[in-house]
Write a protein that binds this ligand. Sequence first.
Ligand SMILES: [Zn+2]
Length: 398
Amino acid sequence: MATEKQDSSRKRPPNFRIEIPGDETVKSRILEKLQRRNFWIKQQLGSDNTKELHPFPSTYSQTRRQDVDQGLFVTAAKSLDTYGELFEAHTSICNGKLKVLKRTMKGHVASVRLISGLLPVHYTRFVNGAGIGCITKERRSKFFRKYKEHAENESVQSVDNAINDEISSYDDLDDINIMTDARHGWRKNAKDTTVVALGEKTHKVMDCEHVTKSQDKVAQRHERLGTQKIYENLENKNVSIKIHAHDRNLAVNKFVRDTQFTVNQNDLWHAVKAVKKAVTKISKGEQLGDKVEPIATHINWAVRNCEQSSQKLKESLDNIVEHYCNNHVNCHHSSRCKVDSNYEPSRIVITNGKVRKMLESAIKSSTIYKYPQDYILAKDTFYVESFEHISRQKNLLW
Ligand SMILES: [Zn+2]
């Protein structure tokens, strides 16, 4: 079968032939196998390329009788490039072969759907045949219908219990204080919002409302709409809201004020954070760098000691500048600058008029200074924000 030519005088390099009986199908099969063998050998010898490569299929193709009536369509060069990129990306995450699932012809243009791995119908047939059970679409919706009712009942029960717990934490057993926060997300390709209300004393969920684009196309209005639904639900349960704290959504501020019954409060932590940011911004190389934290402490103290008076809160905030300019006339009688006769300022005294002006304007332009009535009760929405955080993480699993 093999002939070896040993005539070295000829220019052609020595070669030999192997003859194997068989038609074109056999030829193509053997060529493909040889390609695979080459690939395997390369892998065994170890190559610099650590990435696992797929064996190259033979590009030799012989049209067989059964292939002559296959569909023909034109392809733009760009589509072919895209296909290459898609294939590459697919190979990097999946070991399956990319196959044509469906081809829709529109004139001479074809839209092609590709799939890899098992076809859904094959998967279902396989698991049914093997008797290992399969979560089909029908079964999923059956589960959903069955458990939806129970989950809803549990949720209603849990909220009712939580409201009772919250009410019983107040002396007058009548009104409750709530804190709310909104989470904005994307579900089914549309912006949606979940507004949750926690009881101030128990930190339990009083209500949770989901607002979607179908209810209001403008996502910016979702928080207010969710809040309104929470108020309606609580009212239907004969629960009235005395104080409502939230993270200063202006539409919610207006809504709460318009109720004329509920006291509106904004989250102190966010407001103090904003002042810290403003002071840090103007403190570079000036006489303010050592005062960011003490000013934040002072604001927290001022809010908690203003005896719910907007006027007192503002005066106390005004005095921050005076205190750091070493003028302690209006400082609180309990503070060290008043009590200690040998008081020496622990921070750099502000002597520069320009610095004084900058600090003054930073404080006067803060939301606490401009809207003291929204902070005098010193409410933080920390708990509702951590609830938020947890449900966001859970949403990743759903
Ligand atoms: Zn002082």
